[in-house]
Design a protein around this ligand. Structure first.
Ligand SMILES: Cc1ncc(C[n+]2csc(CCOP(=O)(O)OP(=O)(O)O)c2C)c(N)n1
Length: 631
């Protein structure tokens, strides 16, 4: 039996001798590599945190002590060691354990996560609650260097730093976000690492200060503290954290268990805000993941022996790929636009553009709010920004969309990838809210293409439009290979596309729902009815002329959208028709506003009836209830 198999809880881990821990780390790595090779997932980040997870559980007392992992994608080892080893093969599968952190999954998951930058703020909230309640446990936030590009991390640090509350921040520094980390913080952390001699000196002085305090009391401590300060000021880039009010320790090798345990033990006995700077390697112990850290950040199932994907790519390109190629092609035609991403060059396909047009590409870090306001600034100067951010992460920047773009009527284009159901990524990553939140923004043009060719056309329309504009597409393959960029004209602004003539009922489909709507119409037609089908590629503004025409022959409009139905396109249309056509009935089909768990995307679509079969069932039910009798 492996050491890992004997661990059902942190208590079992604590029973191991220190010298057994490296063997446990190897067991954990083997298990991670094997399981994730079947399920897919965030293997690279998690392999980098194996020793850190072991050390935290060995040294602290979870769940009494609260350990919070930022994002949660790097916490797979934590899951294995906190009672989830047996269930781990169900990672990211329907009914299985989550790929991120979930409070309902384990008492050791202290704060639900999936989005970056939350750990510091939440940890400070917990530390404050502890003090209010007169409790005594420790609170530890583990934050990656990539997540230190999030403004939210600094908001938390700023609040915690001079509070004197007992809180520990661990900076898990692997030099990487998903792509190489960007900006001043990555340079700063790099310069700390590059200066080991100064760090050693500082550590000696720090130990000296503590000893002096124990032996000689306050007067000498004051002197020693001044000395410590001077040495820091002279040599230490860790001063940044010190100035924020955190005592800085490090950098230490995050794969050296002895060093980790000694440092945690030492820092644990202290009080006040402190930071431990831990150096780790993404993909540690798995040669493929070490060699290509960006690709192995998170990926689909692979063969652990060869590193090759189990299911080689086939069929049409992904929407992401279509978008990246479209940007690249359009850039050759017009020099007026640039592309902005928030730490997701590969995820959004903008890495394709970056390769061709590096001077027109900006990765601004995990800072969606900044991305949007930065784009607003560019737009005031006549440069057209296309901001590529996943639907779920743009939620972070909603005020920026309204205040920094829409209120100023700036022509910023938002490209929202992963809009809709996101399959195995689960609750935290669902792109279900962008239709309601974008429809509510004054002056925002809201669009969704039915296929890759239409995405290219809509990007042309967007670039010609003087005002904020957004478009959305899913985590999926496009329905077909798109036409060459140069051959695709702009989509006429505000126009819908009548795809099937009909009467009594019209199915108004948005984006990904156009194909299923056509399929549904064929099924309904087989029963002797004739529904019209419209591609509502503009959700706002609606095509008023076509709407008027449709209402002449259809009393019921069935809207279908891959988004939350509450305040979605159907509700928006119904609201508009209330005043002008009170006799019209809108039947919205979409996704209910409850939390949705991970499952394959196709299963999720079927579950909500967002398939040809599901939509036809709804339309046939209308026929049966008599709602579609001709007037
Ligand atoms: C708000 C937000 N934006 C983007 C992402 C996508 N994302 C997931 S992990 C990650 C990189 C995080 O880097 P770091 O914190 O250094 O962790 P590492 O993966 O290097 O361990 C990004 C950008 C996210 N989870 N949340």
């Amino acid at each position: 039996m492996s050491l890992l198999e004997g661990i059902q809880s942190p208590e079992d881990l604590k029973r191991l001798r220190r010298d057994q821990l490296p063997e446990l780390a190897q067991d954990v790595r083997d298990r991670l590599i094997q399981c994730v090779s079947v399920t897919g997932g965030h293997i690279g980040a998690s392999l980098g945190c194996v020793e850190l997870a072991i050390a935290l559980l060995y040294q602290f007392d979870s769940p009494t002590d609260k350990v919070l992992w930022d994002v949660g994608h790097q916490a797979y080892a934590w899951k294995l060691l906190t009672g989830r080893n047996d269930a781990f093969p169900t990672l990211r599968t329907k009914g299985g354990i989550s790929g991120f952190l979930k409070r309902s999954e384990s008492p050791h998951d202290q704060f639900g996560a999936g989005h970056a930058g939350t750990a510091m703020s939440a940890a400070f909230g917990m530390a404050t609650a502890r003090d209010l309640k007169g409790e005594r446990h420790k609170v530890v936030a583990v934050v990656g260097d990539g997540s230190l590009t999030c403004g939210l991390s600094y908001e938390g640090m700023n609040n915690a730093g001079h509070s004197d509350r007992d809180i520990i921040l661990i900076v898990n520094d692997n030099g990487m976000s998903i792509s190489p980390n960007v900006g001043a913080i990555s340079k700063l952390l790099g310069s700390i690492v590059a200066n080991p001699a100064a760090n050693r000196l500082r550590e000696h002085v720090k130990h000296f200060t503590l000893k002096m305090g124990n032996v000689f009391g306050h007067g000498v401590v004051d002197f020693a503290k001044k000395l410590e300060e001077s040495v820091k000021n002279l040599f230490s880039p860790g001063m940044f954290f010190e100035e924020m009010g955190f005592r800085y320790f490090g950098p230490i090798d995050g794969h050296n268990l002895d060093k980790l345990l000694d440092t945690l033990a030492f820092v644990q006995t202290m009080d006040g805000p402190r930071v431990i700077h831990v150096l780790t390697q993404k993909g540690k112990g798995f040669k493929f993941a070490e060699a290509n850290q960006e690709k192995w950040h998170g990926l689909a199932a692979y063969d652990p022996e060869t590193g090759e994907a189990r299911k080689p790519a086939s069929g049409p390109p992904t929407w992401t790929q279509v978008f990246g190629d479209a940007l690249t092609g359009l850039a050759a035609e017009r020099g007026d636009f640039v592309v902005v991403t928030a730490a997701m060059p590969s995820g959004t396909g903008t890495s394709i553009f970056e390769q061709a047009w590096p001077g027109r590409f900006f990765d601004i870090g995990i800072a969606e709010g900044h991305a949007v306001t930065f784009a607003g600034g560019l737009a005031t100067q006549g440069i057209r920004p296309i901001v590529a951010i996943y639907s779920t992460f743009l939620q972070r920047a909603y005020d920026n969309v309204i205040h920094d773009v829409a209120v100023q009527r700036l022509p910023v284009i938002f490209a929202m990838d992963r809009a809709g159901l996101v399959g195995e990524d689960g609750q935290t990553h669902m792109g279900l809210y962008d239709i309601p939140y974008m429809l509510a923004v004054p002056g925002m043009t809201v669009t969704a293409p039915k296929d890759g060719t239409e995405l290219i056309g809509l990007l042309r329309t967007a670039l010609d439009h003087d005002g904020p504009f957004c478009t959305r597409y899913p985590r999926d393959k496009a329905p077909a290979v798109p036409a060459p960029v140069a051959d695709v004209p702009a989509v006429p602004y505000g126009s819908w596309e009548l795809l099937r003539e009909g009467r009594d009922v019209a199915i108004l489909a948005v984006g990904t729902m156009v194909q299923p709507a056509l399929d549904a119409a064929a099924r309904v037609a087989a029963e002797g009815w004739e529904p019209a089908v419209v591609n509502c590629r503009f959700l706002k503004p609606v095509d008023a002329a076509m709407l008027e025409e449709l209402l002449g022959r259809c009393r019921v409009l069935v809207t279908v959208e891959e988004g939350v139905v509450t305040n979605g396109f159907g509700a928006f249309l119904a609201g508009q028709l209330q005043a002008t056509h009170p006799e019209a009935r809108v039947v919205p089909i979409g996704i209910p506003d409850i939390l949705h768990d991970q499952a394959p995307r196709a299963d999720q679509l079927a579950m909500f009836g967002l398939t040809g079969e599901g939509i036809s069932r709804r339309v046939m039910a209308l026929h049966r209830e008599g709602s579609l009798q001709p007037r």
